[in-house]
Design a protein around this ligand. Structure first.
Ligand SMILES: [Fe+2]
Length: 316
């Protein structure tokens, strides 16, 4: 890692977190370059050429590419009983799983779509890079173009996913996006405040620290959590989070007709059904985005890429 970047990370993150994250990244990267087998779907690279060949021979490949940028704008109303009136109608633009260097148009269609939307804040719930290791310059360049458009309307906040290394944080922030890595910020309107917290990746790197992330927002009227995957649902509910926004599943990405996912990429029950869209766990409301990008192979079938507008409503 570049010495200057390491110095920046050491100034910002506590030593134990940084050491654990970097060590696990190094283990993961070494494993990938050895070409080893891994149980995670994202790492089953040996399947990609096979799938590509099968799709080509059946002429489905071109259709899958086109599907991968056929974005659906999804509007999701979130009713919260204790929502401060100042935030009634507050709109969150939610993007997830960009994997933007894997988009065959380098993210241009996505930029065009989001430029037509109105929102009060934008959040990106991780996975900026296509692969889980290797170069990042293309994902930075395309993310920068996207954030340049997004920040014209509202502030942009992001978190790391399991495809993102922690050394990507300074450059991602150089785009004008604020990364929340076990950190939080208050969103103020009149006398009311929403606490927006973001955690580091738990799925690969087991580096999420929810309590630390919530330290600065404990007195906020409501709390929203950005988490890449679903591993923290139980602890978020126990911690009094009102809304949990995540991605990671890609909604299955390649589904049977009717959107039936063949690969779910979710934890075991009771969360295995939370693969896409709104869900509820006890007092916690949540939403799993199907994501904007793809991983493995740049195709989608029966599962459109998603751009979500969450609108907060005060319920009676
Ligand atoms: Fe992803």
């Amino acid at each position: 890692m570049d010495e200057y970047i390491l110095k920046q990370l050491k100034e910002r993150f506590d030593a134990a977190h940084l050491e654990k994250r970097i060590k696990r990244q190094q283990q993961h990267q070494a494993f990938q370059f050895r070409g080893g087998f891994h149980v995670y779907w994202e790492n089953m690279h040996f399947l990609v050429p096979l799938l590509q060949f099968l799709l080509k021979t059946t002429r489905f490949l071109r259709r899958g590419f086109i599907n991968s940028i056929n974005f659906e704008i999804v509007e999701n109303d979130v009713a919260i009983s204790h929502l401060p009136p100042a935030f009634d109608g507050f709109t969150i633009l939610h993007l997830s799983d960009l994997h933007i260097d894997g988009m065959f148009d380098c993210g241009r269609a996505l930029v065009n779509k989001v430029s037509q939307l109105n929102y009060d804040v934008c959040v990106i719930t991780g996975d900026f890079r296509f692969l889980t290791y290797g170069q990042t310059h293309e994902s930075f360049a395309y993310t920068k173009r996207l954030v340049n458009t997004l920040k014209l309307k509202a502030p942009v906040y992001g978190i790391l996913g399991n495809h993102d290394f922690i050394e990507m944080v300074p450059e991602l922030e150089s785009t004008g996006m604020k990364m929340l890595v076990n950190e939080a910020i208050p969103l103020q309107r009149d006398e009311s405040t929403i606490g927006l917290a973001g955690v580091d990746d738990e799925h690969f790197y087991e580096s999420a620290d929810l309590l630390k992330a919530m330290n600065d927002i404990n007195t906020c009227d409501i709390k929203i959590l950005l988490a890449h995957s679903q591993e923290l649902i139980k602890s978020a509910e126990a911690a009094g989070i009102s809304l949990y926004l995540c991605g990671h599943t890609h909604g299955g990405q390649v589904c049977l007709p009717g959107g039936i996912a063949m690969i779910k990429n979710t934890p075991h029950k009771p969360f295995s059904s939370f693969i896409a869209g709104p869900w509820q766990y006890k007092t916690l409301q949540g939403y799993t985005s199907r994501g904007a990008g793809t991983s493995g192979l740049c195709v989608r079938f029966n599962c459109r890429p998603e751009i979500t507008l969450h609108r907060l409503k005060k319920s009676s």
